[in-house]
Design a protein around this ligand. Structure first.
Ligand code: FAD
Ligand code: PYC
Length: 419
């Protein structure tokens, strides 16, 4: 630490301890206007990124993001921040890799440190079946131009020496594969960085503004009703994750979405103990370490649909049993926090980005347990259709219409752990 940075760190500490509130806000807190060109419902990563790219890529700045709570307080602030593009089908590979490539430059683009760390995603194989399935998975990635490397047991052990390689291990580790460009980013920073960028370009960010209904002219949406009054707009977009089917219901159509709680937990902070993000799809658990030192632990969806944002005990118990089995030394970790988010699961485990059956209303949803990694591409492609009236080529295969045509993109096998 240089003398200068030691002084500024000291100034920050001194300011914080005196309760100094003179720091410049990162984004403007706006009162809603009566009318906008575009309203985006939902101030999670996808909604904020949509507003940012509307302004940045298309010059559409008369835009409001309406958030019922606080920005990033939904799944964006509750997720375990895995960023990867290791999907199976070409359509998904293109979509998620575009997003990963945006993440690689996002800190510079937003001039905001999102703490993106490409520490690699390791998927573990515990059986002959896992090895075969992962060889197919990695080969599909290579065919799609995405980096993937198969690993033998020794290579996995070199990457994560604390894994259980004991002779009596209940789930022996036979190998796995790695996407080295995968990793993680700081969730709040992604929301705040997009909010700051959008606000600087003229977008209104309105927190504590809950959409309670849609204003219609004939069948078309022409605005929204909120707890802060009616607001009109030429176009309305919704990016409300676990509440997509609730808002679709208000607008008068149905979505093929089921909402479940997905939970995660963190330990007390400890010295560096994990080098990568490691997943065991067969065991339904995954592990990484945050920059603060907390071991981040997650697992599968709850087994029943719910809007209760807490997660059920049996899933937590299963995930912790898998954790001590795979990392015996973690049995001494004390857990600090557990939480859940409500995710929107679509039956082919792929998102929906584009028009809805209601004129004037657009949607970004269905990311299920895996939409944090997709925030840049979700925002980019939704902004494109809002601004131009045409689907972005990356989003073309992900239309709601696919549930009529049958052209599903079934990514369940590559969904990582959960959906
Ligand atoms: P959100 O961040 O949920 O934002 C939607 C916003 O809409 C919310 O802030 C909500 O308050 C607001 N809203 C809802 N209704 C209304 C209304 N009526 N009016 C106004 N606003 C409204 N993805 C990954 O890629 N990698 C991971 O490792 C990962 N791990 C996860 C772990 C957990 C425990 C959870 C819960 C999710 C995980 N995900 C992961 C999934 C990821 O978090 C989501 O797919 C993503 O954050 C969705 O972003 P979003 O902007 O669409 O939704
Ligand atoms: O999308 O990689 C992912 C993921 C893993 C666990 C939850 N989401």
């Amino acid at each position: 630490m240089t003398l200068r940075s030691r002084y500024s760190a000291w100034n920050l500490l001194a300011a914080a301890s005196k309760g100094d509130t003179n720091w410049a806000p990162v984004w403007r807190e706006d009162e809603p206007k009566l009318r906008y060109d575009v309203i985006v419902i939902g101030g999670g990563g996808h909604g904020l990124a949509t507003a940012y790219y509307l302004a940045k890529n298309h010059g559409v700045t008369n835009v409001a993001v309406l958030e019922a709570g606080w920005i990033g307080g939904g799944n964006t602030g509750r997720n375990t921040t895995i960023v990867r593009s290791n999907y199976l089908y070409p359509e998904s590979a293109r979509l998620y890799d575009f997003s990963l490539r945006q993440y690689e430059h996002l800190a510079q683009a937003l001039n905001f440190n999102i703490m993106f760390s490409q520490r690699g995603i390791v998927t573990l194989a515990h059986s002959r079946h896992d090895l075969d399935a992962q060889a197919r998975w990695a080969n599909a990635m290579l065919c799609n131009g995405i980096d993937a490397e198969l690993l033998d047991a020794r290579q996995v052990q070199e990457l994560e020496p604390r894994l259980n390689f004991g002779a009596g291990a209940r789930f022996p580790i036979l190998g796995g594969f790695i996407q080295r460009r995968g990793g993680s980013a700081r969730h709040d920073a992604v929301a705040w960085g997009y909010a700051r960028g959008a606000s600087a370009l003229g977008v209104d960010i309105v927190q504590s503004c809950s959409v309670t209904g849609f204003l219609k002219q004939g069948n078309a949406v022409v605005g929204v009703a909120t707890n802060r009054g009616e607001i009109r707009a030429d176009k309305v977009a919704m990016a409300v994750a676990g509440h997509s089917s609730v808002l679709a219901g208000m607008a008068g159509f149905q979505l093929p979405v089921t909402s479940y709680a997905l939970q995660a937990m963190v330990s007390e902070p400890v010295k560096p103990v994990l080098n990568t993000v490691t997943l065991s799809p067969s065991l339904g658990a995954y592990w990484s370490q945050s920059d603060k030192g907390e071991v981040v632990i997650g697992g599968a969806l709850d087994h029943f649909p719910s809007y209760a944002q807490r997660g059920s005990f049996d899933v937590m118990q299963h995930v912790l049993a898998a954790t001590v089995e795979m990392f015996p030394s973690f049995s001494r970790l004390r857990m600090l926090r557990q939480w859940a988010g409500i995710v929107d699961v679509v039956q082919d485990s792929s998102p929906i980005i584009g028009a809805t059956p209601v004129p004037g209303l657009f949607i970004n949803c269905g990311w299920g347990t895996g939409g944090f990694k997709a925030i840049p591409v979700g925002g980019w492609t939704l902004a494109h259709v809002l601004a131009t009236g045409h689907n972005h080529e990356l989003a073309e295969p992900f239309q709601l219409q696919r549930f009529h045509t049958g052209r599903l993109i079934d990514e369940a096998a590559a969904a990582g752990i959960a959906h």
